[in-house]
Design a protein. Structure first.
Length: 293
């Protein structure tokens, strides 16, 4: 876990929206940005030297008043020792304006409890930030995270607002992809050949948030939209008739099956890759994003 160039740019983007104020990091966040690049990013003078951890950086350049850290172990001298698999102690609840998860949750087994703890740490009106592995981090931790989780969890109905989700390619610091919220039963699917991280920001509206009913959005759409269900049944019936006819005709099946299978694979690969051809993504120039806010 730590502050790499994507995490630094994400924090700089958040700083354009509001200061961090009273802040807690989940785990102590090391800094993995070389000094010349970091100095340029935060407009620090030539005397600036990286600390091993991020607390001073957050206070000097990102609007944090105080910075606490929480971890399971004392080995990195976190200021609060707590196992995020367990319910949060009352003395740290609703205490922080900004909760920063810079690559922490993927190492926690009980994700529902840990996510609830993130919200309990946050003051009403405060913000929760996640910088987590999305694709191609198999073996890095217990989990990789989908944008769907955060859109479904951090919804207005559950007590959150202004939720934003970005996907970033580890090898390209100049470009992000903003993820459109899933709507009308449309899944947000993204395939990539390289490692992707997900950047998430949400604002906790009040202390009465709820995590009791978090369901995948496309299933909720199917369960609740009777017209969609009827249309799907009709379409499925028609397709089944066509497939049955083709399979009964061995010549048609032999001729049409391979090109149709190839078409389906290519269509899925095209519309779900990390690019502007994916209808669920909007390409963002990071430098322009930081300048425009």
């Amino acid at each position: 876990m730590g502050i790499d160039i994507h995490a630094l740019n994400f924090l700089l983007y958040v700083k354009t929206l509001r200061d961090l104020d009273e802040t807690i990091t989940l785990g102590r966040q090391e800094i993995y940005v070389i000094e010349p690049l970091l100095r340029k990013a935060v407009n620090a003078d030539s005397k600036y030297k990286n600390d091993a951890y991020c607390e001073q950086l957050l206070q000097d350049y990102l609007g944090a008043n105080t910075v606490d850290s929480m971890d399971f172990s004392r080995y990195e001298n976190a200021s609060i020792i707590h196992d995020m698999n367990q319910p949060l102690p009352s003395d740290v609840q609703s205490k922080y304006d900004t909760v920063i998860d810079g690559g922490f949750l993927e190492h926690i087994y009980d994700i529902p409890q840990a996510l609830k703890n993130c919200s309990l740490l946050c003051k009403p009106g405060g913000q929760i930030l996640h910088i987590l592995p999305a694709n191609n981090y198999c073996g890095h931790g217990f989990w990789q995270f989908s944008p769907e989780l955060f859109f479904s969890l951090y919804s207005n109905e559950n007590g959150y607002q202004d939720t934003e989700v970005f996907l970033v390619k580890f090898s390209n610091a100049r470009k992000w992809f903003k993820v459109k919220p899933p709507m009308n039963g449309r899944r947000v699917e993204v395939h990539s050949s390289t490692a992707l991280s997900v950047l998430v920001r949400t604002v906790l509206k009040g202390a009465d948030f709820s995590h009791d009913n978090v369901q995948q959005s496309d299933y909720v759409h199917e369960w609740t939209d009777s017209s969609t269900k009827a249309a799907r049944e009709i379409t499925s019936q028609n397709l089944n008739r066509i497939k049955k006819f083709i399979k009964q005709s061995q010549l048609f099946y032999a001729l049409l099956s391979p090109p149709y299978s190839y078409y389906l694979r290519m269509k899925k690969a095209t519309v779900s890759r990390l690019s502007n051809s994916n209808p669920n993504l909007v390409e963002i120039n990071v430098a322009s994003l930081l300048k425009s806010n």
